[in-house]
Design a protein around this ligand. Structure first.
Ligand code: 5GP
Length: 138
């Protein structure tokens, strides 16, 4: 059965998409640790990093850096947490590889990773479109 992320990528269920390339998609997390919390997901449905096809893997660092840069410019955050849970024992709940990128602010607890929600659909859409535009401009 296809993962929830593959179904979002296929347009079967809604997702707030900020990036779509030949090999990669990025969406807003449905339960953001902070507004702007983004998931970078390969179209290739593999659970674990070592199983990712080589050309896709080679692009991953560049997309992480671009999303990090976009989040800094949009949210004016002081830092970005970048997290990959590479397997269930590391806390992976969705068995489709994904990096979390979470804006962080001075005073945040660095290990806090509890999901919240957007105040409204409008607020989520504003965040989505701002990040998408910032990525377009890079
Ligand atoms: P994991 O624990 O696997 O590293 O993280 C899975 C993440 O996927 C969680 O942060 C969760 O909020 C997010 N997530 C789960 N289902 C959906 C969904 O249907 N849409 C979106 N946008 N995010 C989801």
């Amino acid at each position: 059965m296809a993962s929830i992320f593959t179904r979002i990528i296929a347009g079967e269920i809604p997702g707030a998409c900020v990036l779509q390339t030949e090999r990669w998609v990025a969406i807003l997390d449905i339960n953001p640790v902070a507004p702007g919390h983004t998931l970078l997901i390969p179209r290739q449905e593999v659970a674990l990093l070592p199983d990712l096809e080589g050309a896709t893997l080679a692009e991953s660092g560049a997309w992480l850096a671009r999303i990090d840069r976009a989040l800094r410019s949009i949210t004016d955050c002081d830092a970005v947490s970048i997290l990959l849970r590479d397997g269930p024992a590391a806390g992976q709940e969705v068995p489709h590889l994904h990096w979390h990128l979470v804006p962080r602010f001075n005073g945040d607890h660095p290990h806090h990773f509890v999901g919240g929600s957007y105040a409204s659909d409008d607020q989520q859409e504003q965040m989505r479109s701002a990040i998408a535009a910032a990525l377009d401009q890079q």
